[in-house]
Design a protein around this ligand. Sequence first.
Ligand SMILES: NC(=O)c1ccc[n+]([C@@H]2O[C@H](COP(=O)([O-])OP(=O)(O)OC[C@H]3O[C@@H](n4cnc5c(N)ncnc54)[C@H](OP(=O)(O)O)[C@@H]3O)[C@@H](O)[C@H]2O)c1
Length: 255
Amino acid sequence: MQTRPRVVVSVEASADGKVALTREAILMHQPSAGLWAAMTPSAADPVGIDVLATVREQYGCNAVLEGSGSLVPEDGVPEELPAYDGDTAELYRHFLPPDITGQASPPHLWFTVVDSRGRVRWTEKHENWDALVLVARSTPADYLAYLRRERICYLVAGEDQVDLAQGMVAMGTELGVGCVLSTAGGGLNGALLRAGLIDELHLTLAPALIGGLGTPSVVDGSPLAVGEPPTPLRLLSVHTDAGGSVRLHYTVVRG
Ligand SMILES: NC(=O)c1ccc[n+]([C@@H]2O[C@H](COP(=O)([O-])OP(=O)(O)OC[C@H]3O[C@@H](n4cnc5c(N)ncnc54)[C@H](OP(=O)(O)O)[C@@H]3O)[C@@H](O)[C@H]2O)c1
């Protein structure tokens, strides 16, 4: 069996486990961002920690993983891309230019997004991290050509959707990633769970209720089959603060 990076999930939720206010509005945008922040009362002894710094120190974590749903609303219409009329065969190979992949790591960090539908447009460049996109054989050629023009690295894993297990293994073998911190929403966390890829969970709960059937929660994805058991967790630590927030840290118990 090929080894894969450790996968640590970090998520902030309301007390009823919702990770967004509605399915339509992503948290990065107003008014959701402000309303979300207001759910956590300030406290002299806040439970919040920098999970990325923690896992960097603990596991040498050098990649963050996001779902496309964190960056683009489900009903969002991405800016149209020019049509690609060249030979597409080369596009469906990993794109890993050595001048980008050869950087020292750490401190170098991969900001990785799962995006088989080619929805994310990359308009910002950051000094301390590079974008990495996980795509599939179904990803439009126009999008892969766009990533190549923008010199954004990508790994091809899976057919209709990104095969997350394959993607994780490729991140390890192609880029030397030993630990991935998922800061995704429920859709990607659910897919990671069903693929048996979650090793640890940092969960911070705010003292508020959101409710709403269909509002993204900590782990969504496909339901369990009848008779299929839940994934057991072992509690590693719990912290509470005077504002009423709770931070839980679990490890997944493997059978
Ligand atoms: N509170 C928090 O800590 C937190 C953290 C992150 C996000 N959020 C919020 O949560 C909301 C987004 O949550 P969401 O559940 O809609 O989006 P999401 O978690 O981004 O889920 C969609 C992503 O999962 C991928 N995916 C889904 N099923 C898959 C499968 N079977 N195999 C492979 N990949 C699969 C999709 O890939 P494709 O793109 O390839 O289809 C897409 O990248 C937003 O409002 C965001 O602001 C909250």
